[in-house]
Structures are given as structure tokens and as C-alpha cells.
Design a protein around this ligand. Structure first.
Ligand code: AMP
Ligand code: GLY
Length: 422
């Protein structure tokens, strides 16, 4: 079988490595991929949002199945375009990807179907938004409606800060068009859990839970990033909470999307907060999370391609989705200065042992050498019988991932460990 994977980060590298475990896979094209995964896929320099280029590519290089994972091509309708030219795809169509593409849509969906989430209002009029802010207790969370590379969420400690954030988004277009509509919501507190799930639009099968580390610095300080590391399973996510989430959140969401005429197929990511009033949805993503995927897939025991195809064929109910009961930890190595300013172009080297455990997010090949080419450069994952062993082993391996301005958080998994020990 020939496969196409649209995207080019650590998440896609993890997906490609897992897909390759299926012996029927003979070729994987990654568009665009990156130099660090060239040994695992044929990387073709066509951007993930170049839908025209992607469609033209598959006309010339027929594939049996495609996997689309980044948010922007999904929201733009990449799956619809590939389906039109006869390529079955893992991932939601455009009318379902809106669950991530518009926060106003997803908040309204949750309100309409009684799915627990933070109290909120949506505004496209600046004065109305400012009036609302002046009546609400702080802290307040202000979110740009559209995709904003994870940066469109501002936690505001005071009403004044919230008013400034609203003005920046709506009047000063700080987040471009994605901020012309804003969602203002109540501040929730509690441990966060990421649950990725497979769904064919009717059945939903959650993967092992995980915990992201979004802030750049140790102790959860500094700016929000795409994610500096992950552990799985998430020790806060007990079987009792999992049962509640299935009943109160996962199934109601899948049914709501179906009822809206927007059946969701692919991977639906539930970003949850475990508040004292129960689990609530912080966000939906219409795709695998990154770096969550880099701990979740190494724990998956079922064949990924088989499960992906079951989401497309509508046969997920009959398909086994099994995870190991081991633990995994992924430590991201980034360029110093990420997520703001950083230098790239430094040589990236790894011992063979480290390379076998590492997914490459941002590197390019030049004259046979790997050079850093992004903020997040690698994710190094270890699987072990227990969480402390997985953390220790991931750090030991990550030490052997080297480049000049390498930066890692030193405390990935420590919060999870504190909960695990209780
Ligand atoms: P989002 O892009 O919606 O996932 O938001 C990014 C991060 O902001 C989340 O992972 C949370 O840590 C935080 N956040 C978002 N919404 C809220 C909220 N209502 N209360 C507290 N923290 C939030
Ligand atoms: N790690 C969070 C995300 O993929 O959105």
C-alpha cells in the first residue's frame, strides 16, 4: 500500500513510524515532511496548506490512503479535496474540522448540547465585549475565534487586562482576522488532561490519556509553546473520571456533530480540565496533538493503519483499539529562545540509540548533515513499566540529542509523578 501523510513535524514522524509497522505499507510520501524523517518516508517539498499542490501530487503519484494531521489543511478542507479525487482519508472534512477552526462554533455546540465547559459569551462588537468584561469577575480568559497557532488565548488576571486583550484582538487586529470575533470565558482551575480519540462519526474509542507541558520554562513558567513534553497515561485521569468523560463529553460531542450534519471522523482531541465541579472541555482539536502523539502512539498495541481505516469505513465499533499499560515520556529539545526568537542552521547529531527513540520536528538535510530548522527540533520518547522509569530513560536518551543552542525543560513529568505517587 502507498500512503500519503500531510504535515511535517514530530507528530507526523511518530505517525509515519507507527504506520510502517504494518507490513502491507510499501511507500509513505510525506508532504512536506522534514529532513529528519527522510529515512522513514519520501519527503516531497509541497506545503501542508498547498491543497492544489497536494491534489496534483496524488494525481501523478496515486496513493491508497491519506492521513491529514495538521489543523490548517484540515480546516481549509484538505480531506474534502482528496476525497473528490478518490483518495480515502483519515481526518475530518471541512464542515467538521470547524470544531477546532472556530472557538465560537465549538462553544455554541457545547452550550446547545449541554456539554460541560467554561461559562462564556461570544462577541464581534468591541463595545459589547468591553461592557461584558466590566460586569464579570476576574480572572477572565480571552480567546481569538480562529486558529492562532496556539497563541490566541490570553489569561487575564484583572478586568483591565481583559479589556486590553479584547481591544488588541478586535480593534488592533493583533491576531489578524482570527481575532475579529472573540470568546470571553470564565477562568477554570484544575489539572489538565489531553484525551485523543478515534471516531468514525458514531463510535468513539479514546486512546491512552496524556499530559502536555505547554509553558516554555521549568515549573510551568514563561510563554505558551506548542508543547515542551508529554507523559502518558495522565495519573489524574482515573477510571471513574474516564467513565464520566465518556458519558458527559465524548459521546455527547460525537452525537452533537452528527446531529448538526457535521459527522466527525478521524482523531478528535479533547483538552479537558478536571475542575472541582467535574471534567470540563477547555478545547477541541480536530487532529492528533503534538507532542501528545509522541507518547500515545508508542503505547498503542493495535495496528494504526487498521484503526485509521476503520474510522473512514465506519467500522470502528468492530475494531480493537488496544493500548499497553506501560508509561511513556517525551522530552522536547527546542532551539533556545523558542517560542520567540531563535537561531537555526546548527548541526543536529544523535547517537543511534537516541535516534531510534527520537521524532524529528524541525530539521533539514544539507550535504548529508541534519541542520536545525525550527523552534521545536526533536521529541525523544521512552516507554517503560512505570512513569518514573520512563521519565528517567527519556532524559537519558535526550542527553544524546545535540546541537549548539539546544534547550529542554528539566521537569517534564514531575507534576504527574507527584500525582502518581499519591
Ligand atoms: P486553548 O488553546 O483553548 O487550549 O488554551 C490554551 C491554554 O490556556 C489551555 O491549555 C489552558 O491551560 C489555558 N486555558 C484556556 N481556557 C482556559 C480557562 N477557561 N480557564 C483556565 N485556563 C484556560
Ligand atoms: N499539544 C497541544 C496541541 O497539539 O494542540
Amino acid at each position: 500500500m502507498k500512503l500519503l501523510v500531510v504535515g511535517g513535524g514530530g507528530r507526523e514522524h511518530a505517525i509515519i513510524k507507527k504506520l510502517k509497522e504494518n507490513p502491507s505499507v510499501t511507500e509513505i510520501y510525506a508532504l512536506p515532511g522534514n529532513g529528519g524523517m527522510a529515512a522513514d518516508a519520501t519527503c516531497v517539498p509541497i506545503g501542508a496548506t498547498d491543497l492544489e499542490g497536494i491534489v496534483n501530487f496524488v494525481r501523478e503519484h496515486p496513493v491508497d490512503y491519506a492521513v491529514v494531521t495538521p489543523d490548517d489543511p484540515l480546516v481549509l478542507g484538505c480531506v474534502d479535496r482528496l476525497n473528490e479525487v478518490g483518495v480515502p482519508c483519515f481526518g475530518p472534512r471541512k464542515n467538521a474540522a470547524i470544531i477546532e477552526g472556530s472557538k465560537a462554533f465549538s462553544k455554541d455546540l457545547m452550550k446547545k448540547y449541554g456539554i460541560p465547559t467554561a461559562r462564556y459569551e461570544t462577541f464581534s462588537d468591541l463595545q459589547a465585549a468591553l461592557d461584558y468584561v466590566s460586569t464579570q469577575p476576574a480572572p477572565l480568559v480571552v480567546k481569538a475565534d480562529g486558529l492562532a497557532l496556539g497563541k490566541g488565548v490570553l489569561i487575564c488576571q484583572t478586568r483591565e487586562e481583559a479589556a486590553q486583550a479584547v481591544t488588541d484582538m478586535m480593534a488592533n487586529a493583533k491576531f489578524g482576522a482570527s481575532g475579529s470575533t472573540v470568546v470571553i470565558e470564565e477562568f477554570l482551575e484544575g489539572p489538565e488532561v489531553s484525551v485523543l480519540s478515534f471516531t468514525d462519526g458514531k463510535t468513539v474509542k479514546p486512546m491512552v490519556s496524556s499530559m502536555d507541558h505547554k509553558r516554555a520554562g521549568d515549573g510551568d513558567t514563561g510563554l505558551n509553546t506548542g508543547g515542551m513534553g508529554t507523559v502518558a497515561p495522565n495519573p489524574y485521569y482515573t477510571p471513574e473520571i474516564a467513565r464520566r468523560c465518556m458519558e458527559e463529553i465524548f459521546l455527547p460531542t460525537i452525537r452533537a456533530m452528527e446531529q448538526e450534519g457535521r459527522p466527525f471522523t478521524g482523531c478528535l482531541y479533547f483538552g479537558l480540565m478536571l475542575t472541582k465541579d467535574g471534567p470540563k472541555v477547555i478545547e477541541y482539536n480536530c487532529r492528533f496533538g503534538d507532542p501528545e502523539t509522541q507518547v500515545v502512539l508508542p503505547l498503542m498495541e493495535s495496528d494504526l493503519l487498521t484503526v485509521m481505516k476503520a474510522t473512514t469505513d465506519g467500522t470502528l465499533a468492530e475494531t480493537e483499539v488496544k493500548f499497553s499499560d506501560k508509561s511513556a515520556c517525551c522530552v522536547v529539545t527546542a532551539s533556545k529562545g523558542y517560542p520567540l526568537h531563535y537561531e537555526k542552521g546548527f548541526e543536529l547529531t544523535m547517537t543511534p540509540e537516541a535516534a531510534a527513540h527520537t521524532y524529528v520536528a524541525g530539521a533539514k538535510l544539507a550535504e548529508g548533515k541534519l541542520l536545525t530548522a525550527g523552534g521545536r527540533v526533536t521529541g525523544t520518547t521512552a516507554v517503560a513499566a512505570t512513569l518514573p522509569e520512563a521519565i528517567r530513560e527519556a532524559y537519558r536518551l535526550a542527553e544524546d540529542v545535540r546541537f549548539q543552542n539546544a534547550y529542554r525543560r528539566s521537569d517534564i513529568g514531575q507534576r504527574a509523578l507527584a500525582a502518581w505517587r499519591k
